[in-house]
Design a protein around this ligand. Structure first.
Ligand SMILES: NC(=O)c1ccc[n+]([C@@H]2O[C@H](COP(=O)([O-])OP(=O)(O)OC[C@H]3O[C@@H](n4cnc5c(N)ncnc54)[C@H](OP(=O)(O)O)[C@@H]3O)[C@@H](O)[C@H]2O)c1
Length: 292
């Protein structure tokens, strides 16, 4: 991966941190994206020390992916500072216990798991295209496998449930990924999505009270760790086996059958329009990139 630039979101912990370490160990230039926190600064030091790479190989850009303004600032900063983008790895994700709105008034699960990868990818498309062959890798979840899209409840407007809205958000991410693969056909930019496995991380635990957090830790004790969860992300980001492969779902480094709704073009078009409206981005029909 020497000479390749990989941007990885959600690297303050868990699968994203392990992915960043893995890609840096393979000599990629890794641009990590995290919120501004003590936890993130500590993770950044660990990524550098555990990969054995220094300041010229591993970078830290600050962004809150629940904020579209922050995503736009992130994309501007990346586009100004880096002359290429070989891999965009949208890894950051949340499961919220309750319906919480972002400062821009969007339900947080939908904002972080769907709109953030949609907006960031669109804002970085020119860079991905000029660096082709390049790859978009989106971290989905097996919770999308049995999910459905309810357009009247995309943001939990009628009824919010942690698992229901999380599963729906990941299915929406699948739809967006496959739609990117269609729009980017022939451009040398692939877009795939993956399930990392059921992995021992803090996902879903952040907002629990200390007692429940402790119980969640016990429940997860026998689950595989983040390094295992990062394997398929690293594979899709780096392996020659998947050169040119696009619009596919992977688990355990193998192509798998996704929820068939992931490939439904009508649903994808409707969702894409909603994402365009909610982010204020517009991509002319038939075109695969925007220039802003
Ligand atoms: N663990 C599993 O079993 C599992 C299964 C299926 C799919 N996944 C998916 O795998 C991905 C990684 O999750 P994980 O298990 O590694 O969980 P995690 O340890 O909780 O990591 C999630 C990452 O996303 C970041 N993030 C969340 N909200 C953000 C925001 N508003 N702005 C910027 N960053 C934000 C977190 O940063 P902060 O530290 O700032 O919160 C953290 O770095 C997610 O997309 C998740 O849905 C995980």
């Amino acid at each position: 991966m020497k000479g390749k630039v990989c941007l990885v979101t959600g690297t303050s912990a868990g699968i994203g941190k392990a992915t960043a370490i893995g890609l840096a160990k393979m000599d990629a230039t890794v641009v990590t994206v995290m919120r501004d926190s003590e936890k993130a600064r500590k993770a950044f030091s660990e990524i550098k020390s555990q990969s054995g790479k220094g300041d010229s190989s591993v970078y830290y850009l600050v962004a809150d992916l629940a904020s579209q303004k922050s995503i736009r600032d992130l994309a501007n900063e990346f586009n100004n500072r880096f002359d290429r983008l070989d891999v965009l790895l949208n890894n950051a994700g949340v499961t919220e216990l309750r319906r919480l709105l972002t400062p821009e008034g969007i339900e947080t699960t939908f904002a972080v798991n769907v709109l953030a990868p949609f907006l960031l990818t669109n804002l970085l498309l020119s860079k991905l295209k000029s660096s082709a062959p390049s790859r978009i890798v989106n971290v989905s979840s097996a919770s999308s496998d049995r999910a459905k899209i309810d357009f009247d409840n995309l943001q939990g407007e009628k009824k919010f449930s942690m698992l229901g809205n999380y599963g729906q958000s990941k299915l929406a991410l699948n739809l967006i990924t496959v739609e990117f693969s269609r729009r980017l056909a022939g451009a040398g930019v692939t877009a795939n999505f993956l399930h990392p496995g059921t992995i021992r991380t803090d996902l879903g635990s952040q907002r629990l009270n200390p007692a429940l957090r402790f119980i969640a830790k016990l429940v997860k004790i026998f689950m595989p760790g983040p390094e295992k969860g990062a394997r398929t992300s690293i594979y899709l980001a780096s392996s020659a086996d998947v050169e040119g492969v696009t619009g596919k779902y992977f688990g355990n480094k193998r192509e798998q059958a996704a929820n068939p709704i992931s490939y439904d073009e009508e649903t994808a078009k409707r969702l894409w329009l909603i994402c365009e409206n909610l982010t204020g981005i517009s991509v002319p029909p038939g075109q695969s990139s925007i220039h802003q």
